[in-house]
Design a binder for this molecule. Structure first.
Ligand SMILES: NC(=O)c1ccc[n+]([C@@H]2O[C@H](COP(=O)([O-])OP(=O)(O)OC[C@H]3O[C@@H](n4cnc5c(N)ncnc54)[C@H](OP(=O)(O)O)[C@@H]3O)[C@@H](O)[C@H]2O)c1
Length: 296
């Protein structure tokens, strides 16, 4: 099988590349060779590449920047997904696409289900919602997986940033009133490929799912757990877990509004594919055990 992986340089893309290798030849062109910012050009690129499976891990993921760059966010996260999905539908090619917990407003007070009405609070969430809707409406055999709070062995995510700040500063302040589930890219990649294999074998099960580790915390709780686990592994920190100060979102203004509670209910994924999500703290321990972030 010839697999086209977009976003292969991103944190999820890097985990997907080896996970997809068991399915066939993985082609992961750089942005310059397959630019989702130019949706109208994608069908011709796909005609030339002729993939038998498309896995879209590329996205405009700068949540704050998207507020001032709506056109690019929608081009990459919505129009390009529409183009990929229409091509996939025309050619009978399956599509795997990733969306976000930020399609929700976070006001439900319980984990969000696939059947809950999305109501994005920011441009990034709105653009991702348009993208997932395009994928699902295209008629392609599409597996759309909503994920959130992703991290992997790479710089530029919360884990890497927190390890750096905890090593540099005596005091670190972290938002304590936004809740979700830290989820590592290794688990998401493995679970996505397991689900895809199942869909291909049964030619059933396509659709929208929530995929996350189990348990939940706030960004502050996540930072405290990072400090605890890093200390237990002998990493030198200036700021101990107890010195991490909880903050209210109101005291940490950001360009984009963020939802307060985007815990994802993953029971549909578990029921359909028989994958039970691992506890987020245990996965954090596993990632820290082999911590050696790849260079930018
Ligand atoms: N990170 C999270 O916490 C999170 C949360 C919820 C959902 N998600 C979703 O999970 C998926 C993977 O996210 P991630 O964290 O792996 O993102 P990431 O690390 O920011 O990687 C994004 C990838 O998309 C590529 N890309 C961006 N614009 C592009 C364009 N115009 N054309 C082609 N490629 C482009 C980037 O390429 P370059 O290397 O060239 O920049 C990079 O490979 C996305 O669908 C995202 O919306 C992520």
């Amino acid at each position: 099988m010839k697999v086209l992986l977009t976003g292969g340089s991103g944190q999820l893309g890097r985990a997907l590349r080896p996970a997809l290798a068991g399915l066939g030849e993985v082609i992961a062109p750089p942005r310059a060779g397959f630019d989702l910012g130019q949706p109208a050009a994608l069908a011709a690129r796909l005609d030339a590449l002729r993939p038998e499976l498309v896995v879209n891990a590329a996205a405009y993921t700068a949540v704050d920047a998207a507020e001032d760059d709506r056109d690019t966010a929608f081009a990459v996260n919505a129009d390009a997904v529409d183009a990929l999905a229409r091509w996939a539908a025309r050619h009978g090619v399956p599509l795997v696409h990733f969306s976000t917990d930020y399609v929700f407003d976070g006001a439900l007070g319980r984990p969000c289900r696939e059947s809950d009405a999305p109501r994005p609070l920011n441009v990034y969430g709105a653009s991702k919602l348009a993208g997932e809707r395009a994928a699902l409406a295209s008629g392609a055999r599409a597996l759309v997986l909503r994920v959130g709070w992703l991290y992997g062995p790479n710089p530029g995510n919360f884990l890497a940033t927190m390890l750096r700040l905890l090593a540099e500063r005596d005091e670190v302040r972290v938002v304590a009133d936004q809740f979700g589930t830290p989820t590592d890219t290794g688990f998401v990649a493995a679970a996505a490929v397991a689900a895809l294999r199942d869909c291909l074998v049964r030619d059933a099960g396509w659709g929208l799912y929530h995929l996350a580790a189990s348990g939940a915390t706030s960004w502050h709780g996540y930072a405290v757990e990072i400090a605890r686990q890093a200390t237990a592994r002998g990493l030198p920190l200036r700021c101990a877990a107890r010195a991490i100060v909880p903050l209210a979102s109101a005291d940490w203004p950001t360009r984009a509004r963020r939802p307060a509670d985007t815990r994802l209910d993953t029971s549909l994924f578990t029921r359909t594919f028989g994958v039970a999500p691992p506890n987020w703290r245990r996965r954090l321990a596993a990632v820290l055990d082999s911590w050696s972030p790849f260079p930018t």
